[in-house]
Design a protein around this ligand. Structure first.
Ligand code: DOR
Ligand code: ZN
Length: 350
């Protein structure tokens, strides 16, 4: 068998990031330019402190994000609401009218700033009905939170205990199973109907759980859901590179100050916005599937959200460069990115 030579450059329709954390204030000023340099649009996670729970808050947050976009760069934040057990069904109508695309479900206690999340899905059924009626997507952090369930099993258990009953009760609600990390999730989405899709992060395509522990504990590889075994990474690579429109790009780039990750109780989240497309290109190249990158990065997410595809393009060149060791991040803090100080094989042309 002969394999086709790797192309030296790739032109793609401009991609979108369907799952992104940009924080707020000075921290936000540091990260928004990275995403805006690569992506036309990004779905903005609402897990601020306090969370973005109303249309009014989301529109104000959107204006602050737009103010952090460098002059001359075109970038559209796609806003979401954080679901709590106090979210009113009427809020969904207001959100729809204001162009908010989705609501995020954080099971209470699952991750960063999820304390105001949902303890029992039954408590938000009227809101989910309104979302199904109004055509807002439900973005799911798919992990159970019970202390007795092993951390590495929480996604697979979520499918059985929460997702299957939820989809039975809301068959016309469009759901994005966010940042999937297991073969169980990849298979579930593959075999399900067209109302569910999944995002996959660069770190879950590139690393397995050994990365967190090699040569000592490495907090910059710690995110939630946590990296899993190699068999799961391989299943995710297979899914992302399969050409199936059910899987698309969502970086889950989640910046935290380095000193809060290098800590006795380190924060969860990998920062990848500085080189998101380059990291995905490495993963797709390693799988011999660069021809599948455009669908994953630039087409399937827009199609699933029912939004127009982008029309401009970006160019990736096979040219080695070294990712920075750190970036400035708010007042006096530093941000350590994924692949800090490492060589990356692909580079996005400006
Ligand atoms: O690792 C993570 N970081 N996972 C999440 O679900 C949230 C995120 C954050 O906001 O830091
Ligand atoms: Zn996230």
């Amino acid at each position: 068998m002969t394999t086709a030579p790797t192309p030296q450059s790739l032109t793609l329709l401009r991609p979108d990031d369907w799952h992104l954390h940009v924080r707020d204030g000075a921290a936000m000023q540091a990260v928004v330019p990275h995403t805006a340099a690569q992506f036309a649009r990004a779905v903005i996670m609402p897990n601020l402190q306090p969370p973005v729970t109303t249309t009014e808050q989301a529109l104000a947050y959107k204006a602050r994000i737009l103010a952090a976009v460098p002059a001359g760069v075109s970038f559209e934040p796609l806003m979401t609401l954080y679901l709590t057990e106090h979210t009113a069904p009427e809020e969904i109508e207001r959100a729809r009218a204001a162009g908010i695309v989705a609501c995020k479900l954080y099971p209470a206690g699952a991750t960063t700033n999820s304390a105001q999340g949902v303890t029992n899905l039954r408590n938000i059924y009227p809101v989910l009905e309104a979302m199904q009626r109004q055509g807002l997507l439900l973005l799911v952090h798919g992990e159970v939170t019970s202390a007795e369930i092993d951390l590495f099993d929480r996604e697979a258990v979520f499918i059985e205990q929460q997702l299957i009953p939820l989809r039975r009760d809301f068959p016309n609600l469009k759901i994005v199973f966010e940042h999937i990390t297991t073969k169980e999730a990849a298979q579930y989405v593959r075999d399900a109907d067209a109302f569910i899709a999944a995002t996959i992060t660069p770190q879950h395509l590139l690393y397995n759980r050994n990365a967190i522990f090699t040569g000592g504990i490495r907090p910059h590889y710690y995110c939630l859901p946590v990296l899993k075994r190699e068999e799961h990474r391989l299943a995710l690579v297979q899914a992302a590179t399969s050409g199936s429109s059910k899987y698309f790009l969502g970086t889950d780039s989640a910046p935290h100050a380095a000193h809060l990750k290098e800590h006795a109780s380190g924060c969860a989240g990998c920062y990848s916005a500085h080189a998101a497309l380059e990291l995905y290109a490495s993963a797709f190249e390693a799988a011999g599937a660069l021809d599948k990158l455009e669908g994953f990065a630039s087409l399937y997410g827009a199609d699933f959200y029912g939004l127009p595809r982008n029309t401009s393009t970006v160019r990736l060149v096979k040219q080695s460069w070294t990712a920075p060791e750190h970036f400035a991040f708010g007042e006096g803090a530093q941000l350590k990115p994924l692949a800090a100080g490492e060589a990356l094989a692909w580079q996005l042309q400006g």
